[in-house]
Design a protein around this ligand. Structure first.
Ligand SMILES: NC(=O)c1ccc[n+]([C@@H]2O[C@H](COP(=O)([O-])OP(=O)(O)OC[C@H]3O[C@@H](n4cnc5c(N)ncnc54)[C@H](OP(=O)(O)O)[C@@H]3O)[C@@H](O)[C@H]2O)c1
Length: 272
């Protein structure tokens, strides 16, 4: 399927900011239409005004509300006439030791990042057009476990495993499933940079627009898995396969991450 095909409809979760917002803009710029999903209704309404109500429609919901999420593909087809693409992008992270968090908060990470994409993928099947595409937004943290983000890493590794397995299951239906695994992305998701592990910041920071372009490529070229940047994905795979090697290079990567943090903070100070 070519993503510049006119009027194709994409559901984008987490469309109120960051990567989801950038993808929604890019999809509409190619002539598509979008069903925008997030909890913040005002941000979705503003995006509908920006993109035009003939191209974009808001579906404000919390993806943890699995009953409502299950109805979403049907509602989108009723309102927009068809469904071609889903970008499962809404995400949640809590950093630090797991005892800092209530069990409910940890479970929320798994529900948002893993259960919701599984439920939405399943719910789409009776509705998504043949040739359609479902992209799961995982993370480099799903390719190699990141200490300090254990639950997040687990949820993203689970999402990656789901994507790869269900991709084979859905081949017969001609539905493509891809997985995009970004390293650090310059969005509000990173929060307070002082809490982001050095090892995460050791990898080059990319923009939400670059990830959106990667998602489009994943759809256009029916790619199984795309790490962004590719070099970070290669390093993560080596670290996962060779844990002793990972331990050996960890101090050097952490040093680089600490330096990168200072550079990012200095850059932010100079533009503010
Ligand atoms: N930024 C990074 O460094 C990075 C790196 C690798 C992977 N990722 C992944 O990329 C995805 C997007 O992140 P981002 O960087 O674009 O972050 P972001 O700007 O914080 O966006 C997160 C989006 O998810 C939505 N969301 C969160 N919880 C939700 C819920 N329960 N129901 C509905 N929507 C919900 C948020 O909207 P509301 O708050 O309005 O609901 C927001 O639109 C996430 O899955 C993240 O794990 C990010």
């Amino acid at each position: 399927m070519s993503s510049d095909a006119k009027d194709r409809v994409a559901i984008v979760t987490g469309a109120s900011s960051g990567i989801g917002l950038a993808f929604a803009r890019a999809w509409v710029a190619r002539g598509g239409r979008v069903a925008l999903v997030a909890r913040t209704r005002a941000a979705l309404d503003a995006l509908v005004r920006e993109l035009g109500s003939e191209r974009a429609k808001a579906f404000p919901l919390d993806v943890r509300d699995l009953g409502t999420l299950e109805q979403l593909p049907r509602m989108v087809v009723e309102e927009l006439g068809r469904l071609d693409v889903i970008v499962n992008n809404a995400g949640l992270n809590h950093r630090g030791a797991i005892e800092k968090y209530e069990p409910r908060q940890l479970a929320d990470i798994v529900t948002t990042n893993l259960t919701a994409p599984i439920v939405l993928t399943r719910a789409a099947l009776p509705h998504i057009a043949s040739g359609g595409s479902i992209v799961q937004v995982s993370s480099i943290a799903g390719m190699v476990p990141v200490p300090g983000e254990a639950t997040y890493s687990a949820s993203k590794a689970g999402l990656r495993a789901f994507a790869r397995a269900v991709a084979r299951d859905l081949e017969e239906r001609n539905v493509h499933v891809g997985c995009v695994c970004p390293g650090p992305v310059d969005t509000g998701f990173l929060g307070d940079l002082s809490e982001v592990p050095d090892i995460v910041l050791s990898q080059p920071m990319i923009s939400a627009e670059e990830v959106a372009a990667g998602i489009l490529r994943c759809i256009d070229e029916r790619i199984d898995e795309l790490a962004l940047p590719r070099q970070s994905g290669r390093l993560a795979t080596m670290a996962y396969l060779l844990p002793d090697f990972a331990k050996r290079i960890q101090p050097a990567l952490e040093k680089r991450g600490a330096r990168n943090r200072q550079a990012i903070l200095a850059r932010r100070r100079s533009v503010s």
